[in-house]
Design a protein around this ligand. Sequence first.
Ligand code: GCO
Length: 266
Amino acid sequence: MPFIPMSVSLFDLTGKRALITGGTQGIGAALAEGLGRAGATLVINARNEEKLAAFVGQLRQSGIEASGALFDIADPTAVKAAVTRIEAENGPIDILINNAGIIRRAPAEDLEEADWEDVIRTNLTAPFVLSKYVGRRMIERKRGKIINICSLMSELGRDSVSAYAAAKGGLKMLTRSLATEWGAHNIQVNGIGPGYIATPINTAYRQPGNPLDAYIVSRTPAGRWGTPQDLVGAAIFLASGASDFVNGQILYVDGGLLTSFGKPGV
Ligand code: GCO
């Protein structure tokens, strides 16, 4: 048996299968590649067949075992069928990362109810439904890891993102509720709370001269936007045996933003 330093084996995901929703771009894609490089076999969910095939091909070319799962996480019937199909064709889902999310920005007084429903359905109800169907099988196996991608908006309000904040606040409490119910089955349910990360959802903010860009950099003790790669270590930790006694926690990877009052006048 080759000597594997404790520091490595604790985080080794070899032999584990991870299902990642919204896994073809931004945070999802970075987490997929990171878990793959830590040894996990990947099942990547997306709704766009072309993007999914391209990304799975890219992963395979880099030596990562990956396959695609084309289904709409917001359709409970499709989710139930997809979980059945994945477990039958690929094998048990050991790690579920509920990453897919949308945002609709508008002042609360102008937000259309349909947009509210879309955000809640995708960012909160879908993680519940997928966790339910995957969780049933994790309970049978007496083991599993669920990681919900929360947000700074799980803790803070901000103008123009009322539905998103309500959903991400709910996702934090869903994380804690599932941790409470399923901890006895050796299932750890935790969250990652990204700070302001340079992904397509935030492209508009990162235009030169956009006041929010300067504000976020000044408000973040690290003095910069995060990158999707900044989140990979937290995901590997929460997906691995290193976190077997960690449950119901939201790990904020935000450059210190949530802990800081900011530096007025800087
Ligand atoms: C916004 C941003 C945020 C970030 C992230 C922060 O409009 O304020 O898009 O929602 O994306 O969720 O954690």
